[in-house]
Design a protein around this ligand. Structure first.
Ligand code: 3SK
Length: 513
């Protein structure tokens, strides 16, 4: 049925003032920046909707959002939803040619862009084939663009328009670990589905929570953590527009006192290293979550020793919109991804599609109400990823007898040594458990016999001593067995990663020793 209740803006935004939350702060910018009340969000998004309508933007047209984590983000996102325009949040760390490809792929007619990001994208805007309206969040808009304030001025407000649960509400671009980003359309009901599953059962947000997500709003993980879940609970979100450096994250934790923190493994590892040196800040933290990559056991334990709060590691995807497999409070086992989030089902299958048993490795498939239906304009890739109700994750997992899932690697990252599967993640965990190691990535490389062996790229906590590589090899042998140890170890300054923090192992394959 198509009605106002089907529009996600009704539940996430419009209901709050009537429930007595009008004056409550929904979003506040870290460092004494601006704040936006629930009433302000309802009004601001209504104004954005009216201004889009006035500008002649029609329902189902795409509005690209190259917007940092500021109070404009939720107003634009829900403003678009309110008038049936489809917001497409973009990763803020890409380069101009990728923005060009995405804007052409989604055929955006509108672009909202933060002032700080305008220069990165400006070269692709001139003569763009579909863009008609460019709104820059700055006092003085560049030529051919409108400032955000001028765009909204005297626009009035637009009531939230009816929508069907099954209607596309917004798109995200999946960065994947390789290749060009793919457009992933999501329906209105998908946001509520993630709030009712992971948000309610694992995160368990309360109205008095203050949430801080280092993962940005353009990323499915950040969009749930810092926007839809707190709005579903009537809580408050702290927004941080800059790059999430470990030092800044610890400073925000001290200054803003969030009760819930959402990070990714590499950031947790660096924050733990920071706390080892500078001490643990006093916080009101009651929950910490991680996703994006499997969390090394050692990082979780060291974080918990510092803060007294467990990190609940989970796995999600842009295609499923948020986390579907997770540890939970009071039942957290580091080194595993936990069990299915209520509302989701899992299958592990081999190359022939046959289900594998406990303690065997297979590809993880997931089923749940938040799944996308396909990729935009990518029929072949859609058909191999979305199989009816099931979505292929591209991740290899092993289900233990106790029902917990253990991550083994991306399907294309796994390799065999002497005929036995090696999980790069297991070797990486063993390396990271050494106090000298900050991060590690492991890939297959051919030995003199032409057969694959593990090869490691390691970032150290501090300057290396000369015998460190041999020492680390022995450490891995002791932890996980003799045939899995890396035959070569390269000490590097950093690992190649996607903008969302996933290690790009494919870029290390074939890299020099
Ligand atoms: O990578 C993940 O684990 C993830 C989690 C939540 C939402 C989106 C993603 C990609």
């Amino acid at each position: 049925m198509t009605d106002v209740a089907g529009n996600a803006a009704t539940w996430f935004v419009d209901r709050h003032p009537g429930e007595g939350r009008g004056d409550k702060v929904a979003f506040r910018e870290a460092g004494g920046g601006r704040s936006l009340s629930y009433q302000g969000l309802a009004e601001g998004s209504g104004q954005v909707a009216a201004a889009l309508r006035r500008a002649g933007v029609r329902p189902e047209e795409r509005a690209a959002m190259l917007v940092t984590d500021t109070i404009e983000f939720p107003q634009i996102f829900f403003g678009a939803l309110k008038c049936g325009v489809v917001p497409v949040p973009l990763n803020t760390l890409l380069a101009a040619p990728v923005y060009d490809a995405i804007l052409r792929d989604c055929r955006a007619t509108v672009l909202f862009v933060s002032e700080a990001l305008f220069d990165t994208i400006s070269s692709v805007l001139k003569g763009h084939p579909t863009l008609r309206v460019i709104i820059v969040n700055s006092d003085r808009a560049p030529e051919g663009c409108t400032s955000f304030d001028a765009f909204l001025r005297n626009a009035g407000t637009l009531e939230t328009q009816p929508a069907s649960d099954d209607e596309v509400a917004f798109w995200l671009y999946s960065s994947g670990s390789t290749g060009q980003p793919k457009g992933v359309p999501h329906v209105h009901s998908a946001m509520k589905a993630t709030a009712d599953t992971y948000g309610a059962h694992i995160l368990g947000l309360r109205e008095d929570d203050v949430v801080f997500s280092a993962a940005k709003l353009f990323f499915a993980y950040g969009l749930g953590n810092a926007m839809t879940f707190p709005l579903a609970a009537g809580a408050t979100t702290v927004l941080f527009a800059g790059r999430p450096t470990p030092a800044d994250m610890l400073a925000v934790m001290t200054a803003e006192q969030p009760t819930v923190f959402c990070g990714v493994p590499t950031l947790y590892a660096a924050m733990v290293a920071g706390m080892d040196k500078a001490g643990t800040p006093a916080t009101l933290l009651r929950r910490a979550i991680s996703a994006g990559e499997a969390l090394p056991e050692d990082v979780g334990m060291r974080w918990e020793a510092h803060t007294g709060v467990a990190i609940l590691d989970g796995v999600g995807s842009t295609e499923m919109l948020h986390i579907f497999l997770s540890n939970r409070a009071g039942d957290n086992v580091y080194g595993t991804s936990g069990v299915a989030v209520p509302g989701y089902d899992m299958r592990l299958v081999d190359e022939t599609g046959t289900e594998v048993g406990d303690d065997e490795i297979g590809e993880l498939l997931v089923r749940g109400a938040s799944a996308a239906a396909g990729y935009w304009n990518q029929r072949k890739k859609s058909r191999t990823t979305f199989e009816g109700e099931w979505t292929r994750t591209g991740d290899k997992y092993e289900r233990r007898k106790d029902g917990r899932y253990v991550y083994c690697g991306r399907t294309d990252d796994m390799f065999k040594v002497s005929g036995i599967w090696v999980s790069p993640f297991e070797v990486e965990q063993a390396l990271v458990s050494h106090p000298a190691v900050l991060e590690a990535a492991v890939v297959a490389a051919p030995g003199e016999d032409g057969l694959d062996k593990p090869k490691a790229f390691v970032v150290l906590q501090d300057a290396a001593d000369s015998g460190i590589a041999e020492h680390l090899k022995e450490h891995v042998k002791d932890r996980i067995g003799k045939w899995k140890y890396p035959r070569w170890i390269s000490i590097v300054d950093e690992l190649p990663k996607t903008a969302t923090g996933k290690i790009q192992r494919f870029r290390l394959r074939g890299a020099g020793q």
